[in-house]
Design a protein around this ligand. Structure first.
Ligand code: GSH
Length: 213
Protein backbone atom coordinates (compact mmCIF):
# COMPACT_ATOMS: atom_id res chain seq x y z
CA UNK A 1 0.00 0.00 0.00
CA UNK A 2 1.31 3.53 -0.81
CA UNK A 3 2.79 5.45 2.12
CA UNK A 4 1.93 9.14 2.42
CA UNK A 5 4.13 11.48 4.43
CA UNK A 6 1.91 14.41 5.25
CA UNK A 7 1.46 17.38 7.53
CA UNK A 8 -2.13 18.24 8.27
CA UNK A 9 -1.79 22.03 7.96
CA UNK A 10 0.42 22.08 4.86
CA UNK A 11 -1.55 23.32 1.82
CA UNK A 12 0.52 21.19 -0.54
CA UNK A 13 -0.25 18.11 1.54
CA UNK A 14 -3.92 19.14 1.63
CA UNK A 15 -4.17 19.14 -2.15
CA UNK A 16 -2.49 15.73 -2.33
CA UNK A 17 -4.89 14.33 0.27
CA UNK A 18 -7.88 15.81 -1.60
CA UNK A 19 -6.91 13.96 -4.78
CA UNK A 20 -6.10 10.72 -2.96
CA UNK A 21 -9.43 10.92 -1.17
CA UNK A 22 -11.58 11.68 -4.21
CA UNK A 23 -9.92 8.88 -6.13
CA UNK A 24 -10.54 6.51 -3.22
CA UNK A 25 -6.86 5.59 -3.11
CA UNK A 26 -6.11 4.06 0.28
CA UNK A 27 -2.70 4.69 1.77
CA UNK A 28 -0.76 4.42 4.97
CA UNK A 29 -0.45 7.84 6.62
CA UNK A 30 2.72 9.05 8.27
CA UNK A 31 1.86 12.40 9.81
CA UNK A 32 5.06 14.36 10.40
CA UNK A 33 5.95 17.32 12.56
CA UNK A 34 7.65 19.82 10.26
CA UNK A 35 9.98 20.92 13.06
CA UNK A 36 11.12 17.39 13.69
CA UNK A 37 10.96 15.50 10.43
CA UNK A 38 11.80 11.80 10.61
CA UNK A 39 14.95 10.35 9.03
CA UNK A 40 12.71 7.99 7.03
CA UNK A 41 11.30 10.99 5.13
CA UNK A 42 14.77 12.24 4.13
CA UNK A 43 15.76 8.70 3.19
CA UNK A 44 13.04 8.55 0.52
CA UNK A 45 13.19 12.23 -0.49
CA UNK A 46 16.31 14.15 0.52
CA UNK A 47 14.67 17.56 0.09
CA UNK A 48 12.49 16.64 3.08
CA UNK A 49 9.33 18.47 2.03
CA UNK A 50 5.82 17.09 2.40
CA UNK A 51 3.79 15.60 0.86
CA UNK A 52 5.65 12.52 -0.32
CA UNK A 53 4.00 9.40 -1.66
CA UNK A 54 6.06 6.21 -1.61
CA UNK A 55 4.99 3.53 -4.05
CA UNK A 56 7.49 0.78 -3.44
CA UNK A 57 10.52 1.80 -5.52
CA UNK A 58 8.87 4.89 -6.91
CA UNK A 59 8.72 8.09 -4.88
CA UNK A 60 6.53 11.07 -5.79
CA UNK A 61 7.59 14.15 -3.87
CA UNK A 62 5.68 16.94 -5.59
CA UNK A 63 2.10 17.57 -4.54
CA UNK A 64 0.78 18.16 -8.04
CA UNK A 65 2.35 14.92 -9.24
CA UNK A 66 0.66 13.06 -6.38
CA UNK A 67 -2.67 14.59 -7.45
CA UNK A 68 -2.16 13.51 -11.04
CA UNK A 69 -1.05 10.01 -10.04
CA UNK A 70 -4.17 9.50 -7.92
CA UNK A 71 -6.53 10.98 -10.52
CA UNK A 72 -5.05 8.88 -13.29
CA UNK A 73 -6.02 5.84 -11.23
CA UNK A 74 -9.57 7.07 -10.63
CA UNK A 75 -11.15 10.42 -11.38
CA UNK A 76 -14.81 10.09 -10.45
CA UNK A 77 -15.48 13.85 -10.52
CA UNK A 78 -13.51 14.58 -13.71
CA UNK A 79 -10.85 16.80 -12.10
CA UNK A 80 -8.46 16.07 -14.96
CA UNK A 81 -10.10 18.25 -17.54
CA UNK A 82 -10.72 16.52 -20.86
CA UNK A 83 -9.40 19.30 -23.14
CA UNK A 84 -5.61 19.49 -23.49
CA UNK A 85 -5.48 23.29 -23.73
CA UNK A 86 -7.82 23.66 -20.74
CA UNK A 87 -5.65 21.28 -18.73
CA UNK A 88 -2.54 23.25 -19.64
CA UNK A 89 -4.26 26.47 -18.60
CA UNK A 90 -5.16 24.87 -15.26
CA UNK A 91 -1.52 23.86 -14.79
CA UNK A 92 -0.39 27.41 -15.53
CA UNK A 93 -2.81 28.81 -12.97
CA UNK A 94 -1.53 26.34 -10.36
CA UNK A 95 2.03 27.38 -11.24
CA UNK A 96 1.10 31.03 -10.64
CA UNK A 97 -0.35 30.02 -7.28
CA UNK A 98 2.70 28.05 -6.23
CA UNK A 99 5.07 30.71 -7.51
CA UNK A 100 4.28 34.38 -7.14
CA UNK A 101 1.13 34.02 -5.04
CA UNK A 102 2.74 31.66 -2.51
CA UNK A 103 5.75 33.98 -2.27
CA UNK A 104 3.52 36.94 -1.42
CA UNK A 105 1.26 34.86 0.83
CA UNK A 106 4.21 33.76 2.99
CA UNK A 107 5.41 37.36 3.36
CA UNK A 108 1.91 38.45 4.34
CA UNK A 109 1.00 35.53 6.61
CA UNK A 110 4.41 35.17 8.23
CA UNK A 111 5.32 38.85 8.04
CA UNK A 112 6.95 38.72 11.48
CA UNK A 113 9.54 36.31 10.05
CA UNK A 114 10.08 38.36 6.91
CA UNK A 115 9.59 42.13 6.69
CA UNK A 116 6.86 43.19 9.13
CA UNK A 117 6.71 46.72 7.71
CA UNK A 118 5.83 45.39 4.26
CA UNK A 119 2.92 43.15 5.36
CA UNK A 120 0.25 45.19 3.58
CA UNK A 121 2.32 45.50 0.45
CA UNK A 122 2.58 41.70 0.21
CA UNK A 123 -1.13 41.36 1.00
CA UNK A 124 -1.86 43.62 -1.96
CA UNK A 125 0.51 41.71 -4.24
CA UNK A 126 -1.29 38.49 -3.26
CA UNK A 127 -4.64 40.14 -3.91
CA UNK A 128 -3.68 40.65 -7.56
CA UNK A 129 -3.80 36.87 -8.08
CA UNK A 130 -7.07 36.61 -6.13
CA UNK A 131 -8.68 39.27 -8.30
CA UNK A 132 -7.75 37.23 -11.36
CA UNK A 133 -9.54 34.25 -9.75
CA UNK A 134 -12.54 36.47 -8.99
CA UNK A 135 -12.79 37.37 -12.68
CA UNK A 136 -12.86 33.69 -13.64
CA UNK A 137 -15.35 32.84 -10.89
CA UNK A 138 -17.69 35.63 -11.97
CA UNK A 139 -18.12 33.70 -15.24
CA UNK A 140 -18.29 30.15 -13.88
CA UNK A 141 -18.95 28.63 -10.47
CA UNK A 142 -15.49 27.03 -10.59
CA UNK A 143 -12.16 28.02 -12.11
CA UNK A 144 -12.55 25.90 -15.22
CA UNK A 145 -16.26 25.56 -15.72
CA UNK A 146 -19.40 24.56 -13.85
CA UNK A 147 -17.77 21.80 -11.77
CA UNK A 148 -14.75 21.73 -9.49
CA UNK A 149 -11.57 20.37 -11.00
CA UNK A 150 -7.82 20.13 -10.47
CA UNK A 151 -7.10 23.87 -10.22
CA UNK A 152 -9.87 24.56 -7.70
CA UNK A 153 -8.69 21.81 -5.43
CA UNK A 154 -4.99 22.61 -5.82
CA UNK A 155 -5.39 26.36 -5.24
CA UNK A 156 -8.17 26.62 -2.62
CA UNK A 157 -5.99 25.49 0.33
CA UNK A 158 -3.66 28.46 -0.36
CA UNK A 159 -6.52 30.94 -0.73
CA UNK A 160 -7.87 29.65 2.57
CA UNK A 161 -4.55 30.44 4.25
CA UNK A 162 -4.63 33.93 2.80
CA UNK A 163 -8.23 34.47 3.94
CA UNK A 164 -7.56 33.24 7.47
CA UNK A 165 -4.60 35.56 7.90
CA UNK A 166 -7.05 38.45 8.41
CA UNK A 167 -10.56 37.21 8.00
CA UNK A 168 -12.27 40.58 8.52
CA UNK A 169 -10.11 42.22 5.89
CA UNK A 170 -10.68 39.34 3.44
CA UNK A 171 -14.44 39.54 3.92
CA UNK A 172 -14.45 43.29 3.39
CA UNK A 173 -12.96 42.96 -0.11
CA UNK A 174 -14.96 43.14 -3.28
CA UNK A 175 -14.56 39.55 -4.43
CA UNK A 176 -17.98 38.01 -3.78
CA UNK A 177 -17.52 35.06 -6.14
CA UNK A 178 -14.15 34.17 -4.67
CA UNK A 179 -15.56 34.33 -1.13
CA UNK A 180 -18.46 32.03 -2.09
CA UNK A 181 -16.13 29.63 -3.87
CA UNK A 182 -13.91 29.39 -0.80
CA UNK A 183 -16.89 28.97 1.49
CA UNK A 184 -18.24 26.16 -0.70
CA UNK A 185 -14.82 24.48 -0.70
CA UNK A 186 -14.49 24.33 3.08
CA UNK A 187 -18.04 23.07 3.39
CA UNK A 188 -17.43 20.02 1.22
CA UNK A 189 -17.51 16.65 2.82
CA UNK A 190 -14.20 15.88 1.11
CA UNK A 191 -12.50 18.78 2.88
CA UNK A 192 -13.75 17.58 6.25
CA UNK A 193 -12.38 14.13 5.53
CA UNK A 194 -8.89 15.24 4.57
CA UNK A 195 -8.59 17.53 7.61
CA UNK A 196 -9.06 14.78 10.19
CA UNK A 197 -6.41 15.05 12.92
CA UNK A 198 -3.94 12.24 13.45
CA UNK A 199 -1.06 11.88 15.87
CA UNK A 200 2.49 12.36 14.64
CA UNK A 201 3.90 9.12 13.24
CA UNK A 202 6.27 7.07 15.25
CA UNK A 203 8.09 4.15 13.57
CA UNK A 204 6.89 1.82 16.33
CA UNK A 205 3.22 2.58 15.58
CA UNK A 206 0.89 0.12 13.92
CA UNK A 207 0.51 1.43 10.33
CA UNK A 208 -2.35 3.92 10.09
CA UNK A 209 -4.37 3.00 7.04
CA UNK A 210 -6.45 5.75 5.48
CA UNK A 211 -9.35 4.61 3.40
CA UNK A 212 -11.00 8.06 3.27
CA UNK A 213 -14.48 6.99 4.22
N1 GSH B 1 6.80 21.91 -4.37
C1 GSH B 1 6.49 21.11 -3.21
C2 GSH B 1 6.43 22.02 -2.00
C3 GSH B 1 6.12 21.30 -0.71
C4 GSH B 1 6.45 22.15 0.52
O1 GSH B 1 7.19 23.15 0.44
N2 GSH B 1 5.92 21.75 1.68
C5 GSH B 1 6.25 22.46 2.90
C6 GSH B 1 5.21 22.30 3.98
S1 GSH B 1 3.75 23.22 3.62
C7 GSH B 1 7.52 21.87 3.48
O2 GSH B 1 7.69 20.67 3.47
N3 GSH B 1 8.38 22.74 3.98
C8 GSH B 1 9.57 22.33 4.60
C9 GSH B 1 10.80 22.79 3.89
O3 GSH B 1 10.69 23.50 2.88
O4 GSH B 1 11.90 22.40 4.30
C10 GSH B 1 5.19 20.36 -3.44
O5 GSH B 1 4.36 20.85 -4.22
O6 GSH B 1 4.99 19.26 -2.90
Amino acid sequence: MPILYSFRRCPYAMRARLALAVSGQSCVLREVALRDRPAELYAVSPKGTVPVLVLGERVIDESLDIMKWALQKADPEGWLLPGKSEFEAAERLIEACDGKFKFNLDRYKYSARHEPARREEFRELGAVFLRSLEEKLAKNAFLFGPARSLADQAIAPFVRQYALTDRDWFEAQDWPHLALWLEAFVRTDLWGRVMTKFPVWNPDDTPLRLSWI
